[in-house]
Design a protein around this ligand. Structure first.
Ligand code: G3H
Ligand code: 13P
Ligand code: ZN
Length: 330
């Protein structure tokens, strides 16, 4: 058993309180490898932003949990070396069993998500409560979820979303003791968040997604005032990245994300954590494809992973400063 406190990590409690009071949201960026971790830390140090480093169970399988734990520990030291001791949370994204959450807590995670959103309500309550009881013994914070997002949630995928039912949130929070709640108000995982037929088009033929259901968010805020809300599936799918990918041989079609101004609005509300993974994948892929196309003789991985890391860093700084408002809050 390693305590996250020994690793220099923090749980999400205090940073969420400050985010709520300050009207901004903390970025939760997924990582699977060293370059992604470095880009996140470089960006958040430069922006002076607190950050949540997220690991999915897919990431755990890909990179090995011990290695990821040491990368997170390295992230803390790296931030100090870069000159700013920003608050860093190490969070399990979409945990699906009690055993997985327990294992992560024993490995030094400071926060876990137990995603029982696909279960019948009472089973979601029971599973989430069990995780909270264990996590709180170790001062680890827990995120639960009510409502289902469309798209892929790690191993759980759902073609149709159903919005969070505001009438359930108070009971869920009270019965489970969770520290934050992920809700479904129209965001969705992946780079193809909406089918073209769900969208309208502007004068230039650009797809415009259906707006988020801020009415549901407001109803939830009324029922659990001051409680930290989480938005998953919050990539904006920048069209310049999609264009670059496709220009250099990619085949990404009808990719559309959540408009930044809607995320800005959400960040000012009770939404304290915003999950972004796909935009980072697009930034990395665009940069790598560009190098591969322009320098076909190149075969040193540093020559394409380096530009990918730089592009990721720019993206993350932009998210902190211009979308979530988390800059200068560390
Ligand atoms: O919500 C899903 C995250 O983007 C993680 O994706 O399971 O492919 O690592 P992954
Ligand atoms: P995106 O696919 O929109 O980046 O969402 C990521 C996410 O919710 C991770 O849990
Ligand atoms: Zn998610």
């Amino acid at each position: 058993m390693v305590s996250y406190k020994e690793l220099g990590l923090v749980n999400s409690r205090e940073i969420f309180t400050k985010a709520f009071e300050g009207g901004y949201a903390i970025p939760a960026f997924n990582f699977n490898n060293m370059e992604q971790m470095q880009a996140i830390i470089q960006a958040c140090v430069e922006a002076k932003s607190p950050v949540i480093l997220q690991i999915s169970s897919g990431a755990r399988k890909y990179a090995n949990q011990t290695i990821l734990r040491y990368l997170a520990q390295g992230a803390v030291e790296y931030a100090k070396e870069l000159g700013c001791n920003i608050p860093i949370v190490l969070h399990l994204d979409h945990g699906d069993t009690f055993e997985l959450c327990k294992s992560c807590i024993e490995y030094g995670f400071s926060s876990v998500m137990i995603d029982g959103s696909h279960l019948p309500y009472d089973e979601n309550v029971a599973l989430t409560k069990r995780v909270v009881e264990y996590a709180h013994q170790h001062d680890v914070t827990v995120e639960g979820e009510l409502g289902v997002l469309a798209g892929v949630e790690d191993d759980v995928s759902s073609e149709h979303s159903h919005y969070t039912r505001p009438e359930e949130v108070e009971d869920f929070v009270k019965k489970t003791g969770v520290d934050s709640l992920a809700i479904s108000i129209g965001t969705s995982h992946g780079a193809n968040k909406f089918k073209p037929e769900q969208c309208t088009r502007d004068a230039n033929g650009v797809l415009l997604p259906p707006p988020l259901r801020f009415d549901i968010l407001e109803e939830i805020e009324k029922r659990i005032p001051g409680f930290p809300i989480v938005l998953h599936g919050s990539s904006s799918v920048p069209q310049n990245l999609v264009t670059t990918i496709n220009k250099y041989g990619g085949a990404i079609k009808d990719a559309v994300g959540i408009p930044e101004e809607q995320l800005r609005k959400a960040a000012k509300s009770a939404v304290c954590k915003v999950n972004i993974d796909s935009d980072g994948r697009l930034a990395m892929t665009a940069a790598i494809r560009e190098v591969m196309n322009n320098k076909p003789a190149e075969f040193d991985p540093r020559k394409y992973l380096g530009p990918a890391r730089e592009s990721l860093k720019e993206l993350y700084i932009h998210k902190c400063k211009n979308v979530l408002g988390s800059d200068n809050k560390a």
